[in-house]
Design a protein around this ligand. Structure first.
Ligand code: ZN
Length: 212
C-alpha cells in the first residue's frame, strides 16, 4: 500500500453502538487498541505518561462545532495536553477555504505529506494544512521536540551498537580461543543487554515516521 496516500492510523475495532451524552466513553478500550496506545496527534505512548489515565477521548470535530458525539469515527485517543490544547478549536470557513485545517491521521497520511521532522526534532509544515495542524496543536512544544531529538539519537546508538555486536561476533568466531576470548565474550553480552534496553525504550518512543 502507498504510505503517502493510506491513512497513518487504520481502525480495526467495532465497538457496540453508543448512545446518550456520555455513551462515547465506552469506546476507550477499542480506541486504545486502534490507536496503538498512543496519542493520535503527538504520537506519545501511554507508558511514557504513566498509563491510560494520562489520556482521554477527543472529538476530532468538536461537539461545539457540530461534531457527532457517539460516532466512533469522530473519536480519537489522545494525551491530555494535546486534548487541552486542541479544546474546541476548529478552522473557520474562511480558513477552510484557504486550506487551513487539522490533518486527520485516520483518513490521510500526515507525516511526510503535511509536515516533516527535521534532524533536530522540529516539525516543519509542508502545506497550509500542516501549518495549521502543527501550530494549533503546538506539536513543537519543548518537551515533544526534546523527546523526538533524544529518540533520533537513541536510534543512531541502537544501530551503531547493533553493528558493533555483529562485527565483534565475526571477530570472535574468526580467531582462536585465547586469553582475550573471555573479555570479548563479556563485551558481546554487554552489548546485547544494551541493545535490548535501547530496543525497549524505542518501542514506546514516538515512532520514527520519516519523510517517505
Ligand atoms: Zn498528544
Amino acid at each position: 500500500m502507498n504510505q503517502k496516500t493510506s491513512p497513518r492510523i487504520r481502525r480495526r475495532e467495532f465497538p457496540p453502538v453508543m448512545q446518550g451524552r456520555t455513551g462515547y466513553r465506552n469506546a476507550v478500550p477499542y480506541l486504545r487498541r486502534d490507536f496503538d496506545f498512543r496519542c493520535a496527534y503527538c504520537g506519545i505512548h501511554e507508558q511514557m505518561k504513566g498509563g491510560p489515565q494520562a489520556f482521554c477521548i477527543d472529538h476530532f470535530k468538536p461537539r461545539s462545532r457540530g461534531g457527532p458525539i457517539n460516532d466512533y469515527t469522530n473519536l480519537y485517543w489522545v494525551c491530555i495536553p494535546c486534548n487541552m490544547i486542541k479544546h474546541d478549536r476548529w478552522p473557520t470557513s474562511e480558513q477552510l477555504r484557504q486550506g487551513y485545517r487539522f490533518a486527520d491521521p485516520c483518513r490521510e497520511q500526515d507525516v511526510g505529506v503535511h509536515f516533516v521532522e527535521s534532524d533536530d526534532g522540529l516539525l516543519q509544515p509542508l502545506t497550509t494544512c500542516g501549518e495549521y495542524h502543527v501550530s494549533t496543536l503546538r506539536l513543537n512544544r519543548a518537551w515533544l521536540r526534546q523527546h523526538r531529538r533524544d529518540r533520533t539519537q537513541k536510534w543512531a546508538r541502537f544501530n551503531e551498537a547493533y553493528q558493533l555486536r555483529e562485527e565483534l561476533e565475526r571477530a570472535v568466531e574468526a580467531r582462536p580461543v585465547d586469553d582475550a576470548t573471555p573479555i570479548m565474550q563479556r563485551l558481546l553480552s554487554f552489548l546485547s543487554e544494551e541493545i535490548e534496553a535501547l530496543r525497549n525504550e524505542l518501542a514506546i518512543a514516538i515512532p520514527m515516521r520519516q519523510n517517505f
